[in-house]
Design a protein around this ligand. Structure first.
Ligand code: SDX
Length: 429
């Protein structure tokens, strides 16, 4: 038996040979694309064992708790790099040299303003609209404002769209927050860092100059780094699927934002903090642990578990260290952190969680850090979307750069009615 062939035995003494494709790391894949010729589809709801594409951007080893961006480990990037350095790496495949970095930073910083008409677009929302609802709507609307970067078959258009999205997402995210609290929008300040500028647009007011706290600025940049990309997660797969039809980049990113919003995905950081607040004190933790184990109770411990990581999420490890640093440096004594730490301790010792390999994920600590630096809970997933935009765009560009890419169109196992004739209305029971 050749090493690069899998033979599938089929009923009726039939079989098919399926090629095995090797990657540079991780699982090899069995190419089942010819299986239809034998009258079968594969069946894998939730895509537990299905590879949807080839990609060179991010590699995850769930058993070893490894996360690499273009080969570089996340724990090195989180400490040594900065978010725009990582953006360049994700988009172009290599760390930028000094000139490339300075040019990239200059280009991003000089495209942070949005079309002024977009400010009036916000006026259509109620003030109490969820910021994610506004972010999703406004991002999709960008295709109505930036017509000169919509042609997905034009490489220059794709590059301009990538710059616009990385540059403008912090501005739009901050506008969602300002609108929700009835404060005026704050314009970007190009002399600030990417994270510093975001903090200024979030917390600055026209009446006085905003001073960026370097500790908060560094924590914000690290949160952006830790959320930048994560292989073929639900929202990235959504962006790829939307992009496969040729939809414009802003519509694809809006689709990714919509998918990320779910509490099982990027909405988990907001849900996790709400859960910690509902638990309220350490002595109520056993009650919630019991609920998480109860098959009849839909409750899950938000911030725990992961489809891929069956050991510690490497991002959670860095986030945990950052959490303690930020709280200590800001002298924040947050009782919710006590609840979080006790919940983590109990869960990591509890047979149910150990047997199901449910460990804290990236969302478990990010919410506590964001709360400590003054980000409201309703904005947590907005920040996740802001940071993940570069990952979504990198995957969108990679897909379009691949020769012969097709529209994604899965098949199904049909379990509905067999063919039957129409019944006239007056003849129905
Ligand atoms: C992100 O994919 C990515 O990479 C996502 C992400 C990224 O960067 O893009 O990493 C970001 O989305 C992180 C995950 C954030 N979500 C949460 O914290 C929500 C809580 N977690 C769960 O909803 C769940 O763990 C998932 C959705 C994250 C993973 O679900 P899976 O892989 O489909 O696993 P499952 O639901 O089949 O659970 C396996 C078992 C089940 O029990 P059994 O049916 O086998 O008896 O574990 C149990 C589940 O009931 N379980 C939990 C649990 N998560 C899974 N039980 C209690 N609490 C939990 N959190």
């Amino acid at each position: 038996m050749a090493d690069n062939i899998a033979t599938l035995e089929l009923p009726g003494n039939d079989s098919i040979e399926l090629p095995i494709k090797e990657g540079t790391a991780g699982f090899d894949v069995i190419d089942i694309s010819k299986l239809g010729s034998k009258g079968y589809f594969t069946f894998d709801p939730g895509f537990l064992a299905t590879g949807s594409c080839e990609s060179a951007i991010t590699y995850i080893d769930g058993e070893q708790g490894v996360l690499l961006h273009r080969g570089y480990p996340i724990d090195q990037l989180a400490v040594e790099s900065d978010y725009l350095d990582l953006c360049y790496l994700l988009l172009y495949g290599e760390l930028p040299n000094k000139a490339e970095y300075e040019n990239f930073v200059y280009t991003v910083k000089t495209h942070t303003m949005v079309n002024e008409q977009l400010a009036s677009f916000f006026r259509g929302f109620r003030r109490d609209a969820h910021p994610m609802a506004m972010l999703c709507g406004v991002t999709g609307a960008l295709s109505a404002f930036y017509q000169d970067s919509l042609d997905v078959n034009d490489e220059r258009h794709r590059e301009i769209a990538a710059y616009r999205l990385v540059s403008k997402m912090p501005t739009i995210a901050a506008m969602c927050y300002k609108y929700s609290i009835g404060q005026p929008f704050v314009y970007p300040r190009n002399e600030l860092s990417y994270a510093g500028n975001f903090l200024s647009m979030m917390f600055g007011v026209p009446c006085e100059e905003y001073k960026v706290n370097p500790i908060v600025e560094r924590a914000m940049d690290r949160i952006f780094i830790l959320h930048a990309d994560h292989e073929q997660n639900a929202s990235t797969s959504t962006v790829r699927l939307a992009g496969s039809s040729g939809a414009n980049p802003f519509a694809c990113i809006a689709a990714g934002i919509a998918s990320l919003w779910g509490p099982a995905h990027g909405g988990a950081n907001e849900a996790c903090l709400n859960m910690l607040e509902e638990i309220g004190s350490v002595d109520r933790i056993p009650e919630f642990i019991a609920r998480a184990k109860d098959k009849e109770d839909p409750f899950r411990l938000m911030g725990f578990g992961h489809r891929v990581y069956k050991n510690f999420d490497p991002r959670a490890k860095v986030m945990r260290e950052t959490c303690h640093e930020v709280l200590a440096e800001l002298k924040v004594n947050d009782p919710l952190l006590d609840v979080a730490m006790e919940l983590e301790r109990i869960a990591l010792e509890d047979e149910y969680f150990v047997s199901k390999k449910l460990y804290p994920n990236v969302d478990f600590y990010s919410g506590i850090i964001m709360k400590a630096i003054g980000i409201p809970t309703s904005m947590f997933t907005v920040l996740f979307a802001l940071a993940r935009t570069v990952g979504w765009i990198a995957h969108w560009k990679e897909m379009l750069d691949q020769p012969g890419h097709k529209i994604s169109r899965p098949r199904q196992l049909y379990t509905g009615d067999p063919k039957r004739d129409f019944i006239d209305k007056d003849k129905r029971d």
